[in-house]
Design a protein around this ligand. Structure first.
Ligand code: 13P
Ligand code: SF4
Length: 328
């Protein structure tokens, strides 16, 4: 089996029905397929669960299935493996990385943490296991505001790696958290001018913005929130039109849940496309998913010493989220 490229690079039998075969193999392996909202439509359709980062972590922690196939990016698979060390966790293409996680090298982050020993360290889930290992509590965009808010107002906090999410949380909680200077290349490249044009064309449309976007985009928002929060807002809203400023994969579930509403993807600055896609998320294809189940590879492995430290802040996030009623 050839996995040199990060995925099982083996020929696929001619004429097979990939969807049927994936479902058959899933049953045979007793596997559960989880997919992030940014995944390709055909992957979302096959998944047992789709969700945001918080939901995927929670589902991984709860599942009885011995095999988790996580259709998302590497840090999501790592989080699942850290929570379930005895399970087999597969990400069908291990090169599905994350520019935000990459913007925070563990050695540099550890130096930063050591330089501020009186600070509590909060890390976004979009980080490597090694960064989580020097973290006190992990957050996602679905619980960051509440988790930061649950700490005493005068607590000194380091927040990494997303400067935009950190800035946003500072602005809504009145905190002065020390921010790591990282960002997601997808959420940073929305065009403010194009969003303003869309708003002029669709004056009734609500603007939905992920907090990984910079302030000039966030201030145009009717709703700032995680992918799940934006989805729920669209479902509950009386409005019929929405301009969506996050990775365009979320539009699939928005449209499925709200067939009578119109969702308009906000475009990136470079004008290359009407949508803004995360190329890492789109690396997961039906072919790679099929081969990953067939060969039970590539699996996520996390160094045991790192996992032992990293599990604590992830578990703390889940415990606080449960206490605050954010998850069940
Ligand atoms: P959420 O799913 O937590 O909103 O995060 C979005 C994201 O960028 C995942 O990479
Ligand atoms: Fe990472 Fe950004 Fe892609 Fe999310 S959208 S996985 S934060 S690069």
């Amino acid at each position: 089996m050839n996995v040199e490229k990060g995925y099982v690079d083996e020929p696929i039998e001619e004429g097979i029905d990939l969807r049927e075969e994936i479902l058959r193999l899933k049953r045979e392996r007793n596997a559960v397929i989880m997919a992030h909202y940014y995944q390709r439509e055909e992957i979302q359709q096959l998944a047992d669960y789709i969700g945001d980062s918080l939901a995927l972590a929670q589902l991984a922690a709860k599942t009885d299935a011995p095999v988790i196939v996580l259709c998302g990016v590497h840090f999501m698979g790592e989080t699942a493996k850290i929570l379930c060390p005895d399970k087999t966790v597969i990400v069908p293409d291990l090169s599905a990385g994350c520019s935000l996680a990459e913007s925070c090298p563990a050695d540099k982050f550890e130096e930063f943490v050591k330089a501020h020993p009186d600070h509590t360290v909060i890390s976004y889930v979009n980080t490597t296991a090694a960064v989580k290992a020097v973290t006190d509590v992990v957050v996602t965009s679905g619980n960051a505001k509440e988790i930061v808010g649950s700490l005493p107002q005068d607590e000194k906090i380091i927040f990494g790696p997303d400067r935009n999410l950190g800035n946003y949380i500072n602005s809504i909680t009145g905190r002065d958290m020390l921010l790591w200077d990282g960002a997601c290349h997808v959420h940073e490249k929305f065009s403010v001018a194009a969003i303003a044009d869309l708003k002029r064309e669709h004056p009734e449309a609500k603007v939905l913005v992920h907090p990984e976007c910079p302030k000039p985009v966030r201030i145009m928002a009717d709703k700032v929130g995680s992918t799940a929060a934006l989805l729920n807002y669209a479902v509950d809203s009386d409005s019929k039109e929405f301009i969506v400023c996050t990775e365009s994969g979320i539009l699939i579930e928005m449209q499925r849940r709200c067939p009578d509403k119109t969702f308009i993807p906000a475009p990136p600055e470079d004008g290359t496309c009407a949508c803004n896609e995360c190329e890492y998320m789109k690396l997961i294809t039906l072919e790679k998913l099929y081969n990953s189940l067939k060969f039970m590879a590539p699996t996520i492995e996390v160094d045991a010493a790192i996992a032992e430290r990293a599990v604590k802040p992830i578990q703390r996030m889940l415990d606080i989220s449960r206490e605050l009623g954010l998850i069940k």
